[in-house]
Design a protein around this ligand. Structure first.
Ligand SMILES: Nc1ncnc2c1ncn2[C@@H]1O[C@H](COP(=O)(O)OP(=O)(O)OP(=O)(O)O)[C@@H](O)[C@H]1O
Ligand SMILES: O=C(O)C1=C[C@@H](O)[C@@H](O)[C@H](O)C1
Ligand SMILES: [Mg+2]
Length: 185
C-alpha cells in the first residue's frame, strides 16, 4: 500500500471540494479520500440517502427547500469526528451559513472548461437545475457562481486534461504547497 500522502501530515481540517457541476467533486473526491486514507462523504449522496432522488425532490418541494435541507446536511457533515474529504453539491456555497463554516475548513475549488462540462454532463437529467439546455444553463450558472467559489477556496485547481487519478496527484501536490494552519490560532 502507498504511504499516506505528506499532505495528510499535520492537516487536521476537513478537505472540502467545491466547484461547478461536472468538475469532479464526487468522483475526484472519492479517489482523493482513498489516496489520503480519509473517509469520504458527499452532500448530494447524503441528501439522496435521506430524501430520495434530487430531481424528484426539486419537483415536489422546489429549490428553496432543497437549499435549506442541503445547508443543514452540509453543517452536519462538516462537523465530522475525523478529518474527511467532503464533496459538496455544486450550489452548496450559495448559503451564507455554509460559506461561514467553510472558513474553518481546507477548501479546494475544482474548475473545468465549458467543453469538459459539455462532455461530462450528458443530458443533464440528474441535475434538475440544468433544465432543457444543459450546457447553456451550465454556462450561465458558472458565470453567476465563479467568484463565490474562488472567494471560498484556499486552493483553486485550474482546468486540465488530467484524468481522475492524475487529477488527484495534482491536488496532493497543491496540498503539499499549502501551509498548515497553526493549531494555536
Ligand atoms: N478529471 C476528470 N477526467 C475525466 N472525467 C472526469 C474527471 N472528473 C470528473 N469526471 C467525470 O465527469 C462526470 C461528472 O463528475 P462528478 O459527478 O464527479 O462531478 P461533480 O462535480 O460531483 O458534479 P455535481 O456538482 O453535479 O455533483 C463523471 O462522469 C466523472 O467520471
Ligand atoms: O449546482 C447545483 O445547484 C446543483 C448541483 C448538484 O451537485 C446538486 O446538488 C443539485 O443538482 C444542484
Ligand atoms: Mg457531485
Amino acid at each position: 500500500m502507498r504511504q499516506p500522502a505528506p499532505a495528510e501530515r499535520g492537516e487536521s481540517r476537513n478537505i472540502v471540494l467545491i466547484g461547478p457541476m461536472g468538475s469532479g467533486k464526487s468522483t475526484v473526491g472519492a479517489a482523493l479520500a482513498r489516496r489520503l486514507h480519509r473517509p469520504h462523504v458527499d452532500s448530494d449522496h447524503f441528501f439522496v440517502a435521506r430524501h430520495g432522488a434530487i430531481p424528484a425532490y426539486f419537483s415536489l418541494h422546489g429549490e428553496q427547500d432543497f437549499r435549506a435541507e442541503e445547508e443543514s446536511i452540509v453543517a452536519e457533515l462538516l462537523d465530522s469526528p475525523r478529518p474527511s474529504v467532503i464533496s459538496l453539491g455544486g450550489g452548496a456555497v450559495l448559503s451564507a451559513t455554509t460559506r461561514a463554516l467553510l472558513r474553518e475548513q481546507l477548501v479546494i475549488m475544482l474548475d473545468l472548461t465549458e467543453d469538459q462540462a459539455a462532455l461530462r454532463l450528458g443530458d443533464g437529467s440528474t441535475r434538475p437545475i440544468l433544465g432543457e439546455d444543459p450546457v447553456g444553463s451550465w454556462r450561465r450558472i458558472y458565470a453567476e457562481r465563479e467568484q463565490i467559489y474562488r472567494d471560498c477556496a484556499d486552493i483553486v485547481m485550474t482546468p486540465d486534461d488530467a484524468h481522475i487519478d492524475a487529477r488527484v496527484e495534482n491536488i496532493v501536490r497543491a496540498l503539499n504547497h499549502t501551509p498548515r494552519r497553526d493549531p494555536n490560532v
